[in-house]
Design a protein around this ligand. Structure first.
Ligand code: GLN
Length: 240
């Protein structure tokens, strides 16, 4: 049985809105396919393992986000993971942290990010709160609609080293240019919670395929598809 290690980074600092569920989704989808999936939960102050294939970061409050970026810079393990081709999948605060910089507080203090994704975040004119639906760039069909819940004050702009993950249909996302999330190689950042990989199994399998370097057979789960359908209908109805 092939062993695959999923690393959940700083659950206590970067774990709001149930983003830990992304780790559950990935390990379950691996186990359903016969992989020996292992979840390693790492807290700030402990070293990140150099053995993971996927590293997950979630959302967090501003103060926790600043603590997390400092600890991750000291650790250095995330940069090493990217260098050896591991996948980093980061949501909201995690997305901002892996970028070049983000701002916090009333005085918009600029905090240096880890520089693993060519994006920068500054406080937007209004907090983005609510359902978000976006269309995954380069995908066709029902799987291309990504659904989730967003709650962030930061707006993100992409530099030339990153490509947008999706185009916003409902909600705010990166904000300025109507895009959502960013991708560079095996590094993916995105705003939606949900958890986003529970709401979007195709995105979960995309993360796994990147990590394993192999195509995975589809895993039909009608109950997940039905839940997706309901969420999408509700999000479009609310926005019309
Ligand atoms: N503190 C960040 C912001 O408001 C991220 C929030 C979050 O992770 N939900 O932009």
């Amino acid at each position: 049985m092939t062993a695959v290690e999923v690393v959940l980074v700083y659950q206590s600092l970067l774990g709001i809105y149930g983003d830990r569920g992304n780790a559950t989704v990935l390990t379950k989808r691996l186990q359903w396919r016969g992989y020996d999936a292992r979840l390693t939960v790492v807290e700030a102050g402990d070293s990140l393992p150099d053995s993971g294939q996927v590293y997950l970061l979630g959302g967090g409050e501003d103060a926790a986000q600043v603590s997390a970026v400092k600890a991750l810079r000291t650790d250095g393990g995330l940069a090493r993971a990217v260098d050896r081709g591991a996948v980093v999948f980061a949501v909201c605060a995690g997305y901002q942290i892996i970028g070049n910089s983000f701002t916090v507080g009333e005085h918009d203090e600029v905090i240096e990010g880890l520089g693993l994704l060519d994006v920068s975040t500054t406080r937007g004119p209004a907090r983005a709160v609510g359902e978000i639906v976006s269309r995954w760039i380069g995908r066709d069909g029902e799987d291309a609609l990504l659904t989730g819940f967003e709650n962030h004050g930061g707006y993100t702009s992409l530099g030339p080293g990153a490509k947008p993950l999706a185009r916003v249909e409902v909600g705010v996302g990166n904000a300025a240019d109507g895009t959502e999330g960013a991708v560079a190689g095996t590094v993916i950042g995105t705003y939606p919670h949900g958890p986003v990989l529970a709401r979007n199994p195709a995105l979960a399998d995309h993360v796994l395929q990147l990590a394993l370097g192999t195509e995975l057979a589809p895993l039909p789960r009608p109950e997940i598809e039905e839940l997706r359908r309901q969420r999408l209908v509700a999000a479009f109805r609310r926005s019309s």
